[in-house]
Design a protein around this ligand. Structure first.
Ligand SMILES: [Zn+2]
Length: 464
């Protein structure tokens, strides 16, 4: 019987993400035979958003040849590997990514208090004063095969997190409470803001969700840790993987703000993958930040989310690759982008330096189009092409054309264009007429700048 895990509220999803990371480690980097498993993570992350643990994987995770279920070994081993199970005097000594040696029993014995003692992630979930044998019994039960105990039809209790019905093992009832011992501050009423919350139900958590909940410390451990939530584990996996590597890259120089982390994750995750999220789901991406024991939830406005999912915007942001430009996109600041585009274009016109002005201008036009929900009159690409072909005619006047544009002097711009085309015996292009028919001042400037940016890119341009 396969075990299906459905995405639910962010807390549950973050727990499952911690579990997935542990599995990934156990199937790739881990060397100790007591934790090693064979699984391709990509195959258990389904397109419908679920995680499926099939019989083959379940057999590996729940076998007990070391005296503990293998999943309990993975849980302990990965935590140790990440350097999360230090004793106080070891805090400095333990470098990150320590590979553990020796047998699992020893590791459990030595390190269990690093998870269950006062001030640790699951304070008193298992009483640290208990004998090791008792600890072992509890762990064996908690990390045992949950498939026997859960079903969607019957069972004594209903799970608060996933809705499954289940019957706890005898004597294990207290481990299924949605308590501070397992969930910390999140367990108190009102402190867990989520629409999935059902206050009418008993506050119990099923066998599957208890196992997952014990992986929370993998995700939320120190200040600044974060989790990107989506209604699909497949999307969650890839979004968080790219966001984590992005954050590692910037953390040395400056702290990354959450909108930039979320935005970057969306941009760098393959569009093909994100397409599995419907448009409703895309709007429900959120980022949860962990800071001093509390969780802060943040997201991006729906229109900005739409913009980041737009292939043209995504392409332009990555082409320009400038944090300042990116932050303006995240803030929906088209005015700022227009100004930036103008400044870059002016530099190009004045001294011929290449500054990607046309990409910035195109970005401003496209962003405006998405934010305002209107179709542009004329494509920036065709304007740029017109400008490119007109470059030779405006060799000496393009700076003047740009300044008149900046000042919004439409009729002077129009006459300069018209005169120039006529003087060279060329037909005045119809697309340019469309530029003058726009009522929006900013649009007019952006279209004109797109046209002028083509001139700076014309072959041989300036120097002839
Ligand atoms: Zn559950």
């Amino acid at each position: 019987m396969e075990l299906k895990i459905y995405p639910s509220n962010w807390l549950h999803n973050a727990n499952v993400y911690g579990f997935l990371r542990a599995l990934e480690w156990a199937s790739t980097e881990a060397e100790n035979q007591a934790v090693k498993i064979k699984v391709d993570l990509r195959s258990i992350l389904k397109d419908d958003g679920t995680v499926v643990i099939d019989d083959d994987l379940a057999e590996q995770l729940y076998e007990t040849s070391t005296g503990f279920p293998r999943l309990a070994n993975i849980w302990m081993g990965y935590s140790y590997y990440l350097g999360l199970l230090y004793k106080k005097d070891e805090r400095k000594k333990i470098a990150e990514n320590v590979e553990f040696e020796g047998d699992m029993k020893k590791l459990h014995k030595e390190r269990k208090n690093m998870l269950f003692a006062k001030g640790r992630a699951y304070q008193n979930f298992i009483n640290v004063a208990f004998s090791f044998e008792k600890y072992k019994d509890y762990i064996t039960s908690i990390f045992g095969d949950p498939r026997k105990q859960v079903s969607f039809e019957d069972g004594e209790k209903e799970c608060l997190l996933c809705g499954r019905r289940f019957t706890p093992d005898e004597g294990m009832e207290e481990f299924h409470e949605f308590s501070a011992r397992l969930f910390g501050e999140l367990s108190s009423f009102g402190s867990f803001p989520n629409a999935f919350w059902n206050f009418d139900t008993d506050r119990y958590v099923c066998n599957v969700c208890v196992q997952m909940a014990l992986f929370r410390h993998i995700v939320f451990n120190k200040n600044g840790d974060f989790f990107i939530n989506a209604p699909s584990f497949k999307a969650i996996w890839y979004l968080n993987e790219v966001a984590r590597s992005y954050k590692e890259g910037v953390s040395k120089s400056k702290s990354a703000i959450s909108s930039a982390v979320l935005g970057t994750a969306i941009l760098t995750t393959s569009p093909k993958l994100l397409r599995i999220l419907g448009s409703w789901a895309r709007q429900n991406l959120e980022i949860v930040h962990y800071y001093k024991g509390t969780y802060l939830i943040d997201s991006l406005p729906p229109k900005i989310m739409d913009a980041l999912f737009d292939s043209k915007i995504s392409y332009l942001i990555q082409k320009i690759s400038d944090d300042y430009v990116f932050s303006m996109v995240l803030n929906g600041d088209t005015e700022g982008l227009a100004k930036e585009g103008y400044e870059r274009l002016r530099d190009e016109v004045v001294d011929g330096r290449r500054k990607d002005s046309s990409a910035v201008i195109e970005l401003a036009i496209r962003l405006k189009e998405i934010l305002k929900g209107v179709k542009v009159l004329v494509s920036s690409k065709s304007l740029k092409e017109l400008g490119r072909r007109a470059g030779d005619m405006f060799k000496n006047t393009k700076y003047r054309l740009l300044e008149l544009t900046r000042l919004g002097r439409r009729s002077e711009v129009y006459h300069l264009l018209l005169r120039t085309y006529m003087a060279h015996g060329r037909e005045f292009p119809g697309e340019l007429n469309k530029v003058f028919s726009t009522h929006d001042e900013e649009d007019f400037k952006l279209y004109m700048m797109a046209y002028i940016s083509g001139m700076t890119e014309s072959a041989g341009g300036e120097e002839e």
